[in-house]
Design a binder for this molecule. Sequence first.
Ligand code: COA
Length: 272
Amino acid sequence: MTVEDILVDGSSPEGGVISIWTLNRPDKLNALNADSHRAIKEASVRANSDDSVRCVVIRGAPPPDAEGKRAKPHAFAAGADISEFSGKDSDGVRPFFEDNGWEAVWNICKPTIAMVDGFALGGGTELALSCDIRIASDRSTFGQPEINLGLIPGGGGTQRLCRLIGYGRTMEIVLSGGMVKAEDALGMGLVNRIVPPEELESETMSLAQEISRKSPYTTKVAKRVVRGALELPFSEGVLMERSEFVALFDTEDKEIGVRAFLERSDAKWVGR
Ligand code: COA
C-alpha cells in the first residue's frame, strides 16, 4: 500500500493533510493479503496519532498495462487474498482475523472515505464499510461472495452491512454471494454517491477537502457521537449527544465558529 499526503486547501490549523492510501496489488485486483493488513494497521496508527491528518481516503490502484494480455478489471479490492486461506485451519487463521485492518480503519477517530472504482468484493466491501463514507464509480460492483467459498464474511461485513442497509438486504447479499451493481448499491444506501469514473477522484477529494476544513476537534467529536447511534440504546445516545454538544461550549473552536458566522468571515480553527 502506498500512503500519500496532500495539503488541505486553506487549512486551519495550518498544515492539515488528507492521507490517501492506495492498495497496490492491481495484478491481484488489490486483494488484501497479510502485508496489506499490516500496512493498513500501521497507517491507521499514524492517522490517529498525527494531528496533521484531517481525513483519510482509501482507494485501489488502477489495473496495470495489459501489454497484449487480457486486461485486468478495475478494483478497489476483490476481497481477502484467497490464496492465503488454502490449507489453513482455525488456529492458523484466528490471529490474523483477531487483529485486522478492517477494525483498524473502523477505529480511526477521524473521518474516512472509501473511493471505490471497480470490484469491491468480500473484504473489499468490508473495507469500504469500515470507512465512514463511500463514493463509487458507476462501474463498481459490491458483494460478499464468501458463501461461494464455504465461508461467511469475517471482517465485520455481516454487522456493518446490516446496520447500514438493513437485515433483509444483508441476508440476500450474504446468502446469495451475488454481485451488487453500483446503481443498486446506491439505491440501498450501501454507497453515498455514484459518479462516472472520470469524476470519481475530483468528487471524492472535493468532499475530503470540505470535511478537512472543519475544526479537527469537532469532526472527531461528531464522528464519535454519530458512532454512538450504532452502539448505544437510543436514549443513551441522545444523552451522549447532549453531553458532547454542551462540552463543545468550552472549546475555543466554538467561539471561533460562532464569531466567524456573526462577522461573516471564515473561521480560523485552532483545533481545541
Ligand atoms: N484473492 C486472491 N487473488 C485474487 C482475488 C482474491 N480475492 N481476486 C482476484 N484475484 C486474482 C486472480 O486470481 C487473478 O490472478 P492471476 O492473474 O495471477 O491468475 C487476478 O486477481 C485477476 O482476477 P481474475 O479472476 O482473472 O479477473 P476476472 O475479471 O476474470 O474476475 C472477479 C474478477 C472479481 C469476478 C474474480 O477475480 C473473483 O471472483 N475474485 C474473488 C472474489 C471473492 O470471492 N472475494 C472474497 C474473498 S473472501
